[in-house]
Design a binder for this molecule. Sequence first.
Ligand SMILES: CC(C)(COP(=O)(O)OP(=O)(O)OC[C@H]1O[C@@H](n2cnc3c(N)ncnc32)[C@H](O)[C@@H]1OP(=O)(O)O)[C@@H](O)C(=O)NCCC(=O)NCCS
Length: 188
Amino acid sequence: MQSRSIDVRHIQPADLPDLKKYFFESPPEFLRSIGLKPMLPAEAADFDLRWQQRFADRQQNPIPCLTVFLGDERVGVHSSTHYQAGHSLIMHAHFFRSDRRGQGIGTISYVKALDIFFGEFGLQEILFKTPRQNRAPMRIKEKLGLLPIAEEVIDWPALIAPLETHVFRVTPDQMPELRRRADSFASR
Ligand SMILES: CC(C)(COP(=O)(O)OP(=O)(O)OC[C@H]1O[C@@H](n2cnc3c(N)ncnc32)[C@H](O)[C@@H]1OP(=O)(O)O)[C@@H](O)C(=O)NCCC(=O)NCCS
């Protein structure tokens, strides 16, 4: 595994250019492979405005989005949708550094992100709706010992077409076991 440390931190304005490039400039075939519509140039101003508002408002409304670093390299984000303060969110993962995918970073960073979402956002449950055909996030759930609780077809605006997903639910009592699993991969 990586000798440099994997760190998960609250998103900062300095992280936005890489995040924006991922959604607006990733190769269309990559975005298609994970079911996402590429964002259009016409949507860029709206993206910037939305993030400006989120940062301006973050004292009152903390932003449930975390950035993953490998040492000082910015690798990706654990973002969220369907956030219900004090209760739950659906967690997502997007590593914008394609050369850093598949190196074991996500297996560690997912658990660090869960820890922050539970510990600092006071959530009671975190859901994943993982497309069945997306092998990397499915494999991570398997490595962490998470079992799906349901199957669901999701049809969100960002998607090209409805996607069949496995639903995973994590609660705070599962964290000791998840940390143990992540540590066992970190030391390989
Ligand atoms: C999903 C993602 C964050 C996972 O992080 P990661 O650091 O790549 O994950 P890991 O390397 O810890 O584990 C991934 C596992 O899936 C496997 N895998 C299979 N296909 C893969 C692929 N296309 N890319 C990366 N890993 C893949 C890896 O080999 C690894 O399993 P192993 O440890 O048994 O070899 C990252 O791959 C990513 O950003 N992918 C593109 C965006 C995406 O699909 N997001 C999820 C939307 S639901």
